[in-house]
Design a protein. Structure first.
Length: 505
């Protein structure tokens, strides 16, 4: 997408208008209140918390599930990876679908799918059915975030004003806060009502999001031939969010590219199966993943409207670097989230409920830092602090032993809550600013895909380091990985010149 400035707008056209046609003046909040009202945001926030809360809520229920089905840590890792694989494919695919057929429709379909997944998990009689539930859950929850980002961008363009950073901050806070409280909530549910409640709780949450979406989300606008022609003209207009000229017609004007989606899913699946058996590497799977990736690249470069716009990504280095930072950051965070909680239970002897309580400082720090990050205008500084905390927290983990005092355990968790908050809001703001105007849903989905790839790799490393049971040497191995990646992230962030301070409303 082009960085060249567009033609200067006249003073009258540059001002958003009220419904009566009167231009609003800077400093008047009425337009923003209408465009991003509480009614609009409520279902978006409810929907956006479903994926992250399910990704972390199961952390403190894994031991109980393993005991009921007589499986070890290497097997329960499938419950983590299955959801992340489905989400990694589902986020960009459903984001593209939202750009193409309308975000409200995609949001509603996702909420219904979550209800079905919760029911399957709550009634599952075998470990295989539990994995199926997590796959369906990954697909259903994958719809909300890219659909929400697409709705916000549509509101922004409709009202002619950028989406306020505080609005993006609320979306990030909902996702981050729910992910942060997930281990505590999961531990409470597992201890009081059994681990099946961890799945059943999705029914009321998804139902509330569904009802709110039906009542308050604006209807999808049907695309016409004039819209497709107008997309060409939009390449020369400035986007209110980025201040840049638009890109050429993107996913909204093309097909869904089912073959591209299929190749992407197949390559990712083979990669995941390879990662899940790092103790006994299946090299043919890695070779097959490489062949599928080559076929995917060839197809995407030939397709007129590809599922993955590789040419756009090649031109948009800033967006690719944001995806890389997201993936590496969450690789460390999820290693700690799942690995530390299992270590607390199996080495320190805490119950799932008490392990969740010990991780509360991580939740509190993440929530506080996400609010602080939403109020910060710059991007580079918060991301640098997040990377430094990953390295520092990993150093603390390296010092922990089975006899470490409670205060040390609480401090270790809190140090990893800081990067959760700052990296989430910082990278989200970067994607919102760097994404093509007509492809923000898919771009947001790819951000989550990078996060899930980190999570899949994390679950594989945990299975390799812990095998059948958590151990202190395994935790120290996680700490070494976190320290190395934290230092790498500091270099990647400080050296990235595209992360200049941005003046946000």
């Amino acid at each position: 997408m082009s960085d060249a400035p567009g033609p200067p707008a006249s003073p009258e056209r540059a001002l958003p208008r009220t419904d009566a046609g009167t231009p609003e003046r800077p400093g008047e909040p009425a337009g923003a209140d209408r465009a991003f009202s509480a009614r609009l945001m409520t279902p978006l926030l409810l929907g956006s918390l479903l994926n992250p809360i399910n990704s972390t809520m199961i952390a403190t229920a894994l031991v109980a599930i393993g005991q009921d089905f007589h499986v070890g840590a290497a097997d329960t890792a499938w419950l983590i990876s299955a959801m992340y694989l489905a989400s990694a494919v589902g986020q960009p695919a459903l984001g593209r679908l939202a750009d193409r057929v309308g975000p409200r429709r995609v949001f509603l379909a996702g909420a219904l799918t979550v209800c079905v997944a919760g029911l399957i998990g709550a009634l599952a009689s075998t470990f295989t059915l539990l994995i199926v539930s997590r796959v369906v859950l990954g697909i259903g929850t994958a719809a909300a975030y890219p659909a929400a980002m697409a709705i916000l961008r549509a509101q922004s363009r409709r009202f002619g004003r950028p989406t306020p950073r505080r609005v993006l901050g609320r979306l990030s806070l909902a996702a981050l806060g729910s992910a942060a409280i997930g281990p505590t909530l999961g531990g409470f549910l597992a201890a009081t009502a059994g681990w099946r409640a961890v799945f059943a709780v999705n029914l009321p949450l998804a139902a509330l999001a569904l009802l709110g979406a039906v009542a308050w989300l604006p209807p999808d606008r049907r695309r016409t031939a004039d819209d497709d022609a107008g997309a060409e003209r939009a390449a020369g207009r400035r986007d209110p969010n980025t201040g840049r000229t638009g890109s050429a017609p993107g996913p909204a004007t093309g097909s869904l590219d089912p073959l591209g989606i299929g190749l992407f899913a197949a390559a990712l699946t083979c990669t995941m199966f390879f990662l899940l058996r790092l103790d006994a590497p299946q090299w043919p799977l890695l070779a097959l993943a490489g062949a599928l990736t080559a076929a995917l690249v060839r197809w995407q470069l030939r397709h007129p409207a590809p599922f993955l716009d590789l040419r756009m990504l090649a031109r948009n280095g800033a967006l690719v670097r944001t995806y890389l930072r997201q993936g590496l950051t969450y690789l460390v965070i999820y290693c700690v989230l799942y690995g530390f909680s299992q270590w607390l239970e199996q080495v320190h002897g805490y119950s799932s409920f008490h392990a969740g309580l010990i991780m509360l400082p991580m939740s509190g720090a993440a929530a506080f830092c996400s609010i602080a990050g939403a109020r910060t205008r710059g991007i580079r500084a918060p991301l640098t602090v997040a990377a430094a905390c990953l390295a520092g927290g990993s150093a603390v983990l390296l010092l922990l032993e089975g006899s470490s005092p409670l205060l040390a355990l609480l401090c270790a968790g809190a140090l990893f809550g800081i990067p959760q908050g700052l990296a989430s809001t910082g990278n989200q703001a970067a994607v919102h600013a760097q994404a093509p105007a007509d492809g923000v849903g898919q771009a947001a989905g790819l951000q989550r895909t990078a996060q899930y790839l980190g999570a899949i790799t994390a679950s594989s490393l945990i299975g390799l380091l812990y095998e059948q049971r958590a151990s202190t040497p395994g935790l120290h191995g996680i700490a070494v990985i976190g320290a190395v990646l934290g230092l790498l992230l500091i270099v990647l962030t400080v050296a990235d010149r595209s992360l200049r301070a941005r003046q946000e409303p």
